[in-house]
Design a binder for this molecule. Structure first.
Ligand SMILES: [Fe+2]
Length: 308
């Protein structure tokens, strides 16, 4: 990979994840990453990915293609996703489908922000529940400063894991609009996709957040939201601004972190809130080691509890 090199390892202790091996740090090179919103590709659009500049074009049939022949392109959820053509199929995390009927639902928000940071630190922001009360402090997200105990069930899912809330009351105030019978699941899938699904009665919402490695030391955080409530699409500009504010809260912290520290210092995972972060790195190792038999998911069904 241009500009992406294996960094020296210092034999840190990493708990039950075992000693650090190559493949643990940095973006997996053989994976799908979103690079642009589909409608942003009018005729030609240049996009950076993994240190390379790619050119997206509209083909005569109206679809999106990539000019560089050693890359593959797919459109899903209104986004253009790209991966290397030479990737071993068994080691490529499956791309999120247009599932949950979302193809029928309008996109109600879309936002993106570029950040100078370490790739893994940015992805940890998708899985780490402990940062939420410290970083995401908007009134519509947290109604009070009071900490509460949160319990979540975790289970392995394709190329990652899925959390289901066991205590609905702990949800953000914004979810009160959905009703008390709501079901919320949050899936994490390698390389860097967080998929939140909210269902309540006939209400459906899909909230997808991704991290795309553009050039060494830079990523794009991207968020798209779909909903079954069609009138919400008229709020697209306002909801996109809220999504961007949410991403900006993460970005502000990422800019203040030492970008290389996560690879130079020993990793330390403490207690239940850090378990998803440990799983993230274990999943990356499992992906790097995937053979013809495919990805062996290291995640075991678990109940995690923490104060948030
Ligand atoms: Fe966050």
């Amino acid at each position: 990979m241009d500009g992406y090199v294996s960094r020296p390892q210092e034999e840190p202790f990493t708990g039950d994840a075992g000693p650090v091996k190559p493949g643990r740090f940095g973006p997996p090179s053989d994976a799908w990453y979103p690079v642009a919103r589909e409608r942003a590709v009018r005729r030609r659009l240049r996009v950076p990915l993994l240190g390379q500049e790619l050119t997206l074009v509209r083909n005569p049939a109206g679809g999106v293609a990539v000019e560089q022949t050693d890359w593959r392109v797919e459109t899903r959820l209104g986004l253009v996703w790209v991966r290397r053509a030479a990737a071993r199929p068994e080691a490529v995390p499956t791309l999120i489908g247009d599932n949950a009927g979302t193809a029928r639902f309008p996109m109600i928000a879309c936002s993106e922000i570029e950040v100078e940071t370490d790739y893994d630190q940015a992805v940890l922001g998708l899985v780490d529940p402990a940062h939420v009360p410290m970083v995401h402090t908007a009134w519509w997200w947290r109604s009070s400063d009071k900490r509460r105990v949160k319990t979540k069930h975790y289970a392995p899912s394709p190329f990652g894991f899925t959390a289901t809330a066991a205590d609905q009351f702990a949800s953000a105030p914004a979810y009160e609009l959905v009703g008390s019978d709501r079901k919320i699941t949050i899936e994490f899938r390698l390389p860097s996709t967080r998929i939140e699904r909210v269902e309540g009665g006939r209400f459906r919402l899909l909230n997808v957040t991704t991290v795309t490695p553009t050039t060494p030391g830079r990523v794009v955080l991207r968020n798209v939201i779909y909903s079954s409530v069609r009138p919400l699409r008229w709020l697209h500009p306002a909801l996109s601004a809220l999504g961007r504010a949410f991403l900006e809260q993460d970005a502000r912290i990422l800019r203040r972190l030492d970008a290389d520290a996560s690879t130079r210092q020993p990793q330390l995972f403490v207690g239940a809130p850090d378990q998803p972060s440990a799983w993230y790195f274990q999943c990356k190792l499992a992906l790097a080691r995937a053979t013809g038999a495919g990805f062996v998911n290291p995640v075991r069904p678990s109940v995690l509890r923490w104060r948030t």
